[in-house]
Design a protein around this ligand. Sequence first.
Ligand code: PEP
Ligand code: MN
Length: 335
Amino acid sequence: MLVLMDHHATEDHCTGVEDAIRALGYQPVRVPGAGRIAICVTGNKDRVSAPSLERLDGVLSVVHVTKPYKLVSREVTESDTTVAVGDAVFGGPEPVIIAGPCSVETEARTLAIARAVKAAGATVFRAGAYKPRTNPYSFQGLGAEGLHTLHAVREETGLPVVTEVLDAESADLVEETCDIMQVGARNMQNYTLLRRLGRARKPVLLKRGLCATVDEWLQAAEYLLAEGNEDVILCERGVRTYNQHARNTLDLNVIPLIRRLSHLPVIVDPSHGVGQRERVRPMARAALACGAQGLIIEAHTDPNTAYSDGSQTVTVETLEGVVRDQEILASLEVL
Ligand code: PEP
Ligand code: MN
């Protein structure tokens, strides 16, 4: 349920409504809008029936939210949320291109890649210091040393960095070092981690789970907003289907759906979506054409020697092509 306040509602009117919601056994969450304040009722399992709220001073109307998620829903916040990090604005007028290797590598190599992807037009750098690998014997990431390298990347290039937070133990360190905290597909339903990152002071990039429905994905995002972190960026990265011709099935038809259901920015990861470098650029183009507000792409100066995911990692030249495609699509003014 959402209590819409009148344009002339005062602070006292708002606190009166919040007290009344608490007295009913629920938690109020204030959602400031462009023209008016809304107060969301959270913590209810079933539909709330509270006619008394409608009669309180300053209340314009009471709206029932029809979805299992609230704070992430367009029903609660109509206008697009923007998340600004460095020169990049997710949810702004231009799509944001994030690029970099799958994993943080040696400092010299990582810096060389960062300089190259910046020159190619990327405005955010990606690289994992903590890697969630299917095989326990595969390279697991450089950990704290990798975070140190990401710090050096930001210092030298000015690019903000996004990196994965694998668990609550490393969350403090990652929060201190990076600009955007990534929740990987395998952790999308790790609710203790989501609650921890909901209390973080850095934006969160929330990847869609390997088999997650849109409702599950948006409810995972709801955990972050419910704890107070409103800077959430959603990322479609492909889901597991019966197909054997790609690593995953990039589910682009969720993009216009998410844009309708939620005010949060949504970007696409074609690298993990298809798993083959030849198909990354066409799928990046398709993602932008259907309304993705950004891309996260694995790119490297020497993809064949990448520490992980080399076969889906594009060259810097291909990344330049993606940036050109983005400029051409923007000029078509169809999006
Ligand atoms: C990654 O971005 O390197 C990664 C591991 O992604 P995902 O969680 O989508 O598999
Ligand atoms: Mn990867």
